[in-house]
Design a protein around this ligand. Sequence first.
Ligand SMILES: O=C(O)[C@H](O)[C@H](O)[C@@H](O)CO
Ligand SMILES: [Mg+2]
Length: 390
Amino acid sequence: MKIKSVRARVYEWKGKTVPPQGNFCSNAMDLVYSKTESMSTFRFHSWTVVEIETDDGIVGLGNVALAPRIAKAIIDEYLAPLVVGQDPWDYEYLWQRMYRATHAWGRKGVTMAAISAVDLAIWDILGKSVNKPVFKLLGGRTKEKIPCYYSKLYRTDLKAMQEEAQKFKDQGFKAFKMRFGYGPAHLQVGVKENLKSVEAVREVIGYDNDLMLECYMGWNLEYAKRMLPKLEKFEPRWLEEPVIADDIDGYAELNRLTSIPISGGEHEFSLYGFKQLLDKKAVSVVQYDTNRVGGITAAHKINALCEAHSVPVIPHAGQMHNYHLTMSTLASPMAEYFPIFDVEVGNELFWYIFDGEPIADNGFLQLDDHKPGLGLTLKAEYLDQFNIIE
Ligand SMILES: O=C(O)[C@H](O)[C@H](O)[C@@H](O)CO
Ligand SMILES: [Mg+2]
């Protein structure tokens, strides 16, 4: 079997979007003075879809959501020529080819995200060519079904957050991730507002359910050190991305400082990036995203590294490409889950592009032992709400 063609298209959403309400989500831009709403930098309203076809007609589907137009350019210009004509079963060789050929300017960020999308499509081909789901090629079924946590609860008004938490608690979720809305720039008022939101959500979900707290790189080391002691009484399962991804020593100091596990990784890339996080004991929960970190070829290696360090892997953002990794290892106890809703920040946009994503049932996800590859197809229903760039 040989790779015959690589097609990368950008799906740009032109449909309705719900503008962020309230103090929506603390984020890395909060500390940078600007007249625009700080979260406006972090929109995922377009997505790159990669289709790789083999000479015997199998089509593998990959995707990438970081800097989609740039990712497409990198795939078209640099990565496609490296894999066309090659055997997809030589996936490690192909991965190294893409990684090393772009090493002078790649390694992390959008280049690794582009490599991830190609690698996902290759693994989709491998599964389809032997009529097995990808997780059966990685380690098989390690769970009867995958526990997942409800991930949204952006910082709107407290009553709305409580209603949202109640709605999904009633749907059987046993774990919830909420977003802080305030950081260092909001002074003591922001500290109080952050604590009020955690108290409000705990009031609804109680202490028999897990609560995770998301900072999305919006704090800094000094602010996090002030906040952590105040948060301990709420018994969070983890505090996520309290500092920017490059502040690995900051992560490590926080992770040593308190009983609250520090999590991160959705903005880290490659096996080497996670070796550094783990060697420095910078995180207690690893959250790579398989469509960013280097695809399944890289994520599978990182799962083994996390197992050796006894650090759980709970990949960022759910989605099928992550569920196969979670299903295939005991090192990954659960998955993130974004339910489908009107397009807002855009984490949920994949629901409008792909068919085949599992719907959570009573806080669990199920994968099909007999659905080959990643198990996704392209959805036709919303095509008229996308501009598609070939
Ligand atoms: O962990 C997450 O789900 C991410 O940080 C979100 O993708 C981001 O949009 C902030 O909520
Ligand atoms: Mg996050």
